[in-house]
Ligand binder design. Sequence first.
Ligand SMILES: [Zn+2]
Length: 317
Amino acid sequence: MESVSDTGRDPVRDPAGDPAGTAALRLMAVHAHPDDESSKGAATMARYVDEGVEVLVVTCTGGERGSILNPALKDRPDIEANIADIRRREMEHAREILGVEQHWLGFVDSGLPEGDPLPPLPDGCFALVPIEEATGRLVAEIRRFKPHVITTYDENGGYPHPDHIRCHEVSVAAFDAAADPDAYPELGEPWQALKLYYDVGFSMGRIEALHAAMTAQGLESPFDEWRERHAKSQEDGKRRPPNITTRVDVGDWFERRDQALLAHATQVDPNGWFFAVPLDLQRQAWPTEDFELARSMVDSPVPEDDLFAGIRERVDA
Ligand SMILES: [Zn+2]
């Protein structure tokens, strides 16, 4: 694949010839709502922050239409009336715990449509904004932050929320457009990120491993319903199985992940399934967070255990 030229200038990484932009490794994680960054890939981000990587979370929407999932905070008019502000504060708290930077892309939550037939999406929501407009905002942020690695969701969005699917579409489009001098020329100098990953946080391999570990200990597994749902979706043949290419060892960062998720107090049940498996058991049964390498501009054979595999060599040089 591409190699660094003799002049030391890497035309792929550094199309604008900006040597100052290559000093540190940078990771951008694009998410749909505040709280998604803490439930998907959070331990990986915390580990890379501790290793000196600059990590930026981009949050597409404000999460204004998220349901209140913490039983202790349900049916509270004071919370419902101020949910946008509350979620901004929750995000700030989670951001501090993870040690990342965070940027709001500024779109409005589409909400998860429920019912049969499904109701139409609300006017002006993220999933209805023209994709060129949403892509442009992310392109501007990519060109400003200059990430080497970008993470997002797969084409199913991880789960079928219209904002998650849109987040995937916008991230993939922006990965290419940010590097294209003819695309959005008014939004900064081109920047080619080197790898694009899809989060694979909840593979059935992991669910089954945690389920087996709980059962072996005589503990009640929280994954029965999950396994039934999965078996049904397999019958429907709707979703391809994830292609895990990359396992990042992050067992030592599970506490930070959980603390960050708990910071989104309105959005999680502290007694719910996410926190049901003891962390030591998780570390034994499945100590990694997993990803699918979707695009790579560097020589990085899979499987791998580092999102920056094939990049460190180039950037440290
Ligand atoms: Zn979400």
